[in-house]
Each structure stands twice: as structure tokens, then as C-alpha cells.
Design a protein around this ligand. Structure first.
Ligand code: PA5
Length: 478
């Protein structure tokens, strides 16, 4: 029996959410009272009901990902084993929800200098890169270190229509075909896309590319636990079953009907009340380099899901909370001054870790210099955790709302818990706000304008609208 199926392992790896410093009892008048939570009981109950009903109707299919993928996992593992020795590099071509999860997972679970390690120290797995922008320098420079002929490209796009990803695919396909010929190119491209919809599915069939499916009801930013995230994990030697086990455990915890014991729901409730109080910024500040890119992944999840103009009844609401990324302790020397003394417009979420995978002790030297000698003999874990605690305390004293999510260790299980936890919190916050957390109409405006400017068929009217836009006033250009 693997350890993550052992109940005591699960218990030991349970995330802790400490929200004392969100409460008025600790931060004073600018905090949240238990009465404020009680006052929205009806709203909370309606949101709980909606979560259950939507799940039952299959509208939140991402919630089932921990349970239904055994066949997919077998396929992914067999493919990863087959490809392992055939390539030196694995490159994800994707953007948004098709890139941020793989980046965050890789940073959390693999060696921080994974790509620089010799191959045997990577367990024989290929190096890992993500090309999620269309900055020409990025792709051209990537070819300086990745020979396309020794690389497996994973094209990830649910819609198969995203210009950034598809343009990269087009460039690489042509490059590979020129270099290797059509047949050999097939072995260097694997796609992750919808089962039937979009451009990429027919392309896979026509070209004979290996492909994996992003299931229906799993939107981009909720897709890390399907092949979008699982294939990059498997290709870099990470345990895909363990991350799903962690997610399943969090699913169990987030079904508790007592909201004070339900971490996902409570996170959403506190954020919702904070928003009602005008705290429209949410800072995520991990105190661990390994969790640095969790803030990027979370920022997209929270911003794209909750930032909406209309509610479900069509009323203009313009809601949302702006996510801000920070890193402890680094940003104590950058942003914390603002958090402590600036406006009461934000809530700060710390991500802490109990046990790091490495330790280092500060030598007992310079005892004769009191302002340095006091550090001697302490570990970096002690220094980091003490600084985290001190920052939490200082913010609490300054009346600034903050809370801490602690991972006993960073491993695939706790990462699965954390990601699933944030997904539930986001969906529940969407219910409390009475908005659709699963669409992104605001992104369409920019996309459509780009299509129009490029002369994409069907966008002629938009092109005319853009051509008629007001001329720039030169007085405002310096
Ligand atoms: O969360 C989302 O839906 C978006 O961020 C998408 O992931 C992103 O736009 C990429 O879309 P696609 O996977 O269709 O290429």
C-alpha cells in the first residue's frame, strides 16, 4: 500500500488554515466578526446547495478528476515511459490555464534547478520548459538550448483556437517537418485538447499525433488535475496518483456541512466578507520558494473566475478581488511596508511550510558582534518561519487582515490538497457573489480585436469598429 492511501499519512499531511487574524477579535474593527458570518447564513446555505446541485448535474466536472482517471493515468504513464529515453527536452506550448498549473507544480515538486541537473539526477527524465508567451525572443532563444529534433512538444489547448498556442504549434510543426520529415515529426508532438471540439482534435487525427483529452466541464484554470497537468508531471518523474489522492482528500474535507470546519467554504466566506468591506485586493505570499508560482496559478484562478461585470441575474455588479503576488521573506524587503501601513484595502494570505526538504544551519561565528552573533546555530527554517510569524503578528497589530495556510510538507499529496482547496474556494466564492465563475467574457474583447486586426474571416464588423476608433491625441503622448 502506497503511503498516501494510509489514513495516518493523510492526517499528518492535512493542510491547516488559520484565520484568527482575519477576525475582529484579533485585528480589531477592520476585521470580520462572527456576527457578520452569521448574517449571511442564508447566502451560505444557498451557495452550499448550488455546489451540490451543480456537481450532481456534472457542471463542475473538475471535481470528479481525482476519481475517474485510472485509464487515463495508465495511458499517460505508458506514454511517458515510452518517450522518456527518446527526447532530451519536454516543452509545454500553452497559455493561461494550460500553462500556469504545470509551471507551479514543477516548481513545487521538482528540484529548483531541475533543468541544470545532469540527466541521471533527474531520474533520466527530460528537461522541462513552458513557452507561454509569443514574445519572439523567448521561442528563438529556447531553440538555442533545445534542439527541436531532441524535444517533445506538448501542445495544450482546450479550445484549439488560442492564437498564441496555435501560432507556436504552427512554427514548430513546420520547423520539425523541414528538419525531420512528416513521419518523424509525429513522434515529437503530443496534444492535450478537447475530445471533439476545436481545431486541434481534427489536426491530431489528420497528422497522427498522440493526444490526451481535456474532459467536458473542465475549464482551463480548473484543469491542472487532468492530462493538462498530469502529462507534464509524468514526463518529469512526478507521482500523478499522489496529487490526485491529495485532491480527493481535500474533496472529503470540503464536504463538511459545518462551514467552520470546511476550509474551502470558509476561505470563500472570509474573502467574500472582506470584499464587502472594500478589501478588493488579495495578496498571496508563500514563505517557500517551491510555492512561488502557486501565486501565479492562483492569481489566474481567482481573477478570471471572480472578476465579473454582471451577476447571474444580469445586473451590473463589477465584482472581483485583485490578486497580488508576493514571496516571503523576499518581499518583506519590498511590499510588506505597504501592507502594514498602507490602506485597509487588502487581505493577505500566507502559505507556510512546516518541514522543508532541506536544512542548513548558520555557523556560530561572529559571536563578538551581537547584531550577527545571535543568528549562529539557528537554521534557515527557523529564521524563515520566525520571520513569517513576526510578519503575521506585525500585520495583526496594524489591524491588517491576514490568514495562513500551512502545508506540513511540500509533496504531491499536499499540492493536490492545496490546488483542489483553492478551486473549491473559488467556485464557492462565485456562488456567494452570484456570478458565473467558469466563464471569461472579459477576455473575449481583446481576443476579438486581435482577430479583427489580423483579418480573420468573420470579424469584419469588429475591424470596421476598430478602424473607426478615435484618433490618438498627440498631447497625451510625451
Ligand atoms: O482558464 C481559462 O479558460 C483560460 O485561461 C484558458 O486556459 C486560456 O485562455 C487558454 O485556452 P485554451 O486552453 O483554450 O488554449
Amino acid at each position: 500500500m502506497s503511503n498516501y492511501t494510509d489514513p495516518s499519512f493523510k492526517q499528518n499531511m492535512k493542510l491547516r488554515m488559520n484565520f484568527n487574524n482575519m477576525m475582529a477579535q484579533f485585528v480589531g474593527a477592520k476585521g470580520i466578526t462572527e456576527e457578520e458570518i452569521a448574517a449571511i447564513t442564508d447566502k451560505i446555505e444557498a451557495a452550499e446547495k448550488a455546489m451540490i446541485e451543480k456537481r450532481a448535474r456534472g457542471e463542475m466536472f473538475w471535481r470528479e478528476l481525482p476519481y475517474i482517471q485510472e485509464e487515463v493515468i495508465e495511458d499517460i504513464l505508458a506514454y511517458a515511459a515510452e518517450m522518456k529515453d527518446q527526447v532530451e527536452n519536454f516543452v509545454v506550448l500553452g497559455i493561461g490555464g494550460s500553462a500556469l498549473g504545470p509551471i507551479a507544480t514543477q516548481q513545487a515538486l521538482n528540484h529548483p534547478f531541475y533543468n541544470e541537473l545532469p540527466r541521471e539526477k533527474r531520474g533520466g527524465w527530460p528537461r522541462f520548459y513552458v513557452a507561454d508567451n509569443v514574445d519572439p525572443e523567448r521561442l528563438v532563444y529556447l531553440f538555442d538550448i533545445c534542439d527541436p529534433a531532441k524535444t517533445l512538444f506538448n501542445v495544450v489547448s482546450k479550445s484549439g483556437g488560442t492564437s498564441e498556442t496555435m501560432s507556436q504549434f504552427m512554427i514548430i510543426k513546420e520547423l520539425l517537418e523541414e528538419k525531420l520529415g512528416k513521419e518523424e515529426t509525429c513522434k515529437h508532438i503530443v496534444c492535450t485538447t478537447d475530445a471533439v471540439k476545436g481545431n486541434l482534435r481534427p489536426i491530431c487525427e489528420q497528422e497522427g499525433y498522440k493526444s490526451f483529452i481535456i474532459p467536458n466541464g473542465v475549464g482551463g484554470r480548473f484543469s491542472e488535475l487532468c492530462p493538462v497537468g498530469l502529462l507534464p508531471m509524468a514526463m518529469t518523474g512526478l507521482d500523478v496518483r499522489e496529487i490526485l489522492a491529495g485532491a480527493a482528500y481535500m474533496d472529503e474535507l470540503c464536504q463538511n456541512e459545518d462551514t467552520f470546519k470546511n476550509p474551502g467554504y470558509m476561505y470563500a466566506i472570509l474573502s467574500y466578507i472582506a470584499m464587502q468591506q472594500g478589501k478588493n485586493i488579495q495578496v498571496m505570499m508563500p514563505y517557500a520558494d517551491s510555492l512561488k508560482f502557486m501565486s501565479d496559478w492562483f492569481a489566474q484562478l481567482w481573477a478570471e473566475s471572480l472578476g465579473k461585470q454582471f451577476d447571474n441575474d444580469g445586473k451590473v455588479v463589477n465584482v472581483g478581488q485583485t490578486p497580488v503576488k508576493a514571496l516571503g521573506v523576499t518581499d518583506q524587503h519590498s511590499q510588506v511596508q505597504l501592507y502594514a501601513e498602507g490602506p485597509y484595502d487588502k487581505m493577505i494570505v500566507f502559505l507556510g511550510v512546516d518541514k522543508f526538504r532541506q536544512e542548513i544551519t548558520i555557523p556560530k561565528i561572529y559571536g563578538e558582534i551581537p547584531s550577527l552573533g545571535f543568528l549562529g546555530g539557528a537554521t534557515h527554517t527557523q529564521l524563515l518561519q520566525t520571520e513569517q510569524m513576526a510578519t503575521e503578528y506585525a500585520l495583526m497589530k496594524a489591524g491588517k487582515m491576514n490568514m495562513t495556510i500551512t502545508l506540513p510538507e511540500v509533496n504531491a499529496f499536499t499540492l493536490g490538497e492545496l490546488m483542489y482547496f483553492f478551486e473549491i474556494a473559488t467556485a464557492f466564492a462565485g456562488e456567494l457573489l452570484n456570478i458565473n465563475a467558469f466563464d471569461q467574457p472579459g477576455v473575449e474583447g481583446g481576443k476579438n480585436a486581435t482577430y479583427a486586426m489580423f483579418g480573420r474571416p468573420g470579424y469584419e464588423e469588429k475591424k470596421a469598429e476598430l478602424d473607426a476608433r478615435p484618433a490618438q491625441d498627440p498631447r497625451f503622448i510625451i
